[in-house]
Design a protein around this ligand. Structure first.
Ligand code: FES
Ligand code: FES
Length: 133
């Protein structure tokens, strides 16, 4: 299997690994295909993602995807973070092998799950998340 240098680099040296105490929102998702788990913690202030951390129990592609996804949403608005797709994460990593694309789906889902948690905890309605589960 061929991994891009970027995937290897983010796997060997992941950004934003860890957790946030009293996070504004936490999202945890699991990948039914492989049983891997990803958790994203958000610190949100005035609609801006001030900080983001992740914990991933999973494969190298999942770790690289988490690392890249956290970099892509850090400092962004909620609205911008909602635009993050697994495809964008994979592209930013210079691609993932086809059988590993589902690993990047975890990153998109975990970010959305954390934003749903944030919205629920703070009684905020985020229209983009309507119907998302
Ligand atoms: Fe085991 Fe992904 S299938 S780590
Ligand atoms: Fe499970 Fe990558 S193989 S997330």
């Amino acid at each position: 299997m061929e991994y891009s240098d970027k995937v290897m680099e983010h796997f060997m040296n992941p950004r934003n690994m860890g957790s946030i105490e009293n996070a504004s929102g936490v999202g945890e998702v699991g990948n039914a295909k492989c049983g891997d788990i990803m958790k994203i913690y958000l610190d949100i202030e005035d609609d801006i993602i001030k900080d983001v951390k992740f914990k991933t129990f999973g494969c190298g592609s999942a770790i690289a995807s988490s690392s890249m996804a956290t970099e892509m949403i850090k400092g962004k608005s909620i609205h911008e973070a909602l635009q993050l797709t697994n495809k964008a994460v994979a592209e930013a990593l210079d691609g993932l092998p086809p059988v590993k694309m589902h690993c990047s789906v975890l990153a998109e889902q975990a970010v959305k799950a954390a934003l749903i948690d944030y919205a629920e905890k703070h009684n905020i309605h985020i229209p983009e998340l309507d119907g998302y589960e």
